[in-house]
Structures are given as structure tokens and as C-alpha cells.
Write a new protein. Structure first.
Length: 93
């Protein structure tokens, strides 16, 4: 639940999660090779476009919440302190 790399995902789902991590953490380093990797897993350009939009939207909403100091809901895990401490560390595939 906390680490998709430990889940039993299909190779296509794993590739999509890898893409989401890269787009989130290093958006300026994205290139055609990342899109080609998704295409190799069966994603077409429409699906990739939708994925990029959803990933970008969630990044936007999280940055707005962080920027305004909005506290996460109590049901969200891991605890905020743990998330902030580990945010972005060792996640690039």
C-alpha cells in the first residue's frame, strides 16, 4: 500500500507508476524515451496523455495543499512527519 514497487502489479502498471514517479520528481528530465517505455507496455498516445494529465493534476493539488499548510486527513498514511522525511527519497526507478 505504501510502495507500489512491493505490490504485485502487472509490468504495464509498474511502468505507469514508474512514469508517475519520474514525472512527479523530475519533470524537466522527461523525454521521448519515457513515452516509448509506456508504448512498449501497450499504452497508446491518448492513454499516455490522460495519465500525464491525472499525474499533473494530483501534483498540482498536493502543491496547493502544501503551500497553504492544509493538514492531511486523519485516515491518510503514513503520518505527515514520516511522509515529509522520506518525500522523494529513493523513489526514482
Amino acid at each position: 500500500m505504501l510502495d507500489y514497487r512491493q505490490a504485485n502489479l502487472s509490468s504495464a502498471d509498474q511502468a505507469l507508476c514508474d512514469y508517475a514517479v519520474r514525472l512527479t520528481l523530475t519533470p524537466g528530465q522527461m523525454g521521448s524515451s519515457h513515452l516509448d517505455m509506456l508504448r512498449q507496455h501497450g499504452f497508446d498516445d491518448d492513454q499516455i496523455t490522460i495519465a500525464a494529465q491525472v499525474i499533473g493534476y494530483f501534483n498540482y493539488i498536493n502543491r496547493i495543499a502544501d503551500g497553504l499548510g492544509v493538514d492531511p486527513e486523519s485516515w491518510m498514511t503514513p503520518p505527515r512527519e514520516v511522509w515529509l522525511k522520506n518525500k522523494g527519497q529513493n523513489w526514482l526507478p
